[in-house]
Design a protein around this ligand. Structure first.
Ligand code: GLN
Length: 304
């Protein structure tokens, strides 16, 4: 039996000593208000034992980690039809890049880069009666926690400066890959990104990806096959143009967000969420990457 708690404590000690903690994402002005020195990590194993260190119960902006929830909800609703509107290839480009979108005539490379997530948001806006409320209820349900919520200030802040996402949505519209109007879809997208959750809450929601689609309370949200696909997408596309590096250093499927969170998982074993607000130049948490690299190195547990 691996002593996860000692490993997490040692990771926390290492990150405490780190001199370079990366840079906070200030292109969404409201994100810049976070204390750079925060660090949290929470691991949940298949038997539902919990291990944590640092600020693991403090909520932060999950940003692109939310793309995994919207993808899961959309897959649950329309299944394979999703792939008519978005591809499943890594992009090798930054999360907000647009050149491939134009080259490939409005079909985003994958659902975890911004243009792909905006298409998934459009699908949910079309299918749900009350998109923002229904999506929030979905996340609360898989978390088993009714206190999870959007941060309206962060959503509003991103709306003011989200020119790149407006450009992506307009390009998608011009290629007939957006059914609803740009403003409505981006309002939903900025809200999903503004969800605030702690490492512990993130680990709880990702439990279904280690447990064949069944969440902690044993409700089934996804089929085994859908979990296989979402985990594959996280491995190949979850870290944008650093997906190779993450597989190389950490060796787990996962997803990052510019709020400094990273969630990763080993099917049938554990899921883990780490948070440190400073990012590296690819937009992934600098110490979060280091923490997870240490975790899989020390425990010798990875998909490889
Ligand atoms: N809301 C952010 C954006 O669209 C999410 C990006 C991220 O977390 N990588 O730019």
């Amino acid at each position: 039996m691996v002593d996860f708690q000692s490993v997490l404590d040692a990771i926390k000690e290492t990150t405490d000593k780190a001199k370079d903690r990366g840079q906070i994402a200030d292109y969404i002005p409201e994100l810049a208000n976070v204390d750079m020195h925060k660090f949290g990590i929470h691991l949940l194993d298949l038997e539902q034992h919990n291990f944590s260190a640092g600020n693991s119960n403090e909520r932060f902006s999950i940003q692109s980690i939310s793309k995994v929830y919207t993808l899961s909800m959309a897959m649950g609703l329309i299944g394979e039809k999703l792939w008519e509107r978005v591809d499943v290839e890594p992009s090798g480009d930054p999360f907000n890049h647009l050149s491939l979108l134009e080259l490939e005539k409005g079909i985003p490379r994958n659902p975890l880069i911004n243009p792909g997530a905006i298409v998934v948001a459009d699908i949910l806006v079309s299918l749900l009666d009350h998109p923002k409320e229904d999506f929030l209820a979905f996340v609360r349900n898989i978390a088993g926690d009714n206190m999870i919520d959007y941060d309206e200030k962060i959503a509003a802040s991103e709306k003011l400066t989200g020119f790149h996402n407006y450009a992506a949505a307009n390009l998608l519209k011009s290629y007939n890959n957006l059914e609803n109007d740009v403003e409505t879809v981006l309002d939903f997208y900025f809200h999903q990104c503004s969800l605030t959750m702690s490492c512990a809450e993130l680990a709880n929601t990702f439990y279904m990806f280690i447990n064949n689609g069944k969440c902690r309370k044993n409700n089934t949200f996804l089929t085994k096959g859908q979990v296989k696909r979402i985990n594959a997408l996280m491995l190949t596309c979850g870290f944008y143009d650093e997906a190779g590096e993450f597989a190389f250093e950490v060796g787990l499927p996962g997803k990052s967000g510019v709020g400094g969170g990273i969630v990763a998982l080993l099917p049938n074993k554990f899921c883990v969420a780490a948070w440190s607000p400073g990012l590296n130049d690819k937009g992934n948490s600098k110490l979060g990457m280091l923490a997870l690299e240490k975790l899989t190195t020390e425990t010798e547990l990875s998909i490889f």
